[in-house]
Write a protein that binds this ligand. Sequence first.
Ligand code: ATP
Length: 219
Amino acid sequence: MRVGIFGGTFDPVHLGHMIIAEQVMEEMRLEKVLFVPGGIPPHKAASSVRASAENRCGMVHAAVGKNEFFEVDRIEIDAGRAMHTVETVPLLKEKHPDNDWFFITGADEVSNLLTWKEPDRLLEEVVMVAATRPGSDLSKLDHLEAGLRNFDRIFPVECSRVDISATGIRRRILQGKSIRYMVPEGVYEIIKEKKLYIGDLRRNDDKVERGARLKERST
Ligand code: ATP
């Protein structure tokens, strides 16, 4: 079976993600796409990730919904630590050794491939599919050719350009603007119900904890 792995922070998952998963699946004739939300992404400062791993994973489940070709894998969430793609991919392959494996990324991420851990070894494990994203056209991958032995394992795919990013969504929420239709309906409902991305929740949690400790000491 031809399987695509789609790793990301998904903070939150949005229509840009869903559209590239669908279009890469079609172009590369994949039979399944595994969404793999990162528990603690190694390339992002822990403080820059806003929603908890469970909430991000729950939103990816909601986005995938009843699509029989999409699945969610909790491998990185359950590890509870930062995992590099080169570490995750062999673990996924071990579970299903007979598959042909692809890794789906936006062209912006692929253009930073030289900063990833062991990119050439990763390219031995998977074909890397680089999907176009506004501001990152595929010509921006030229510099990788000189730096990678396995450059020919990177496969560009022209996708519909969707100018949506998780950062932009979080910013709109902070500004009190609507994000409806930028994310799948189920994800919108979760964000609304759990009041995600409104202010710095982590700091609020800390405050509550500190308050409880002070109260304990004074009693
Ligand atoms: P942030 O704005 O927080 O950096 P993001 O929107 O880039 O987040 P990630 O979860 O970091 O989302 O992205 C996972 C993968 O999806 C990355 O490879 C990224 O390049 C790709 N991606 C995200 N949004 C788009 C988009 N609108 N079009 C194409 N690719 C995208």
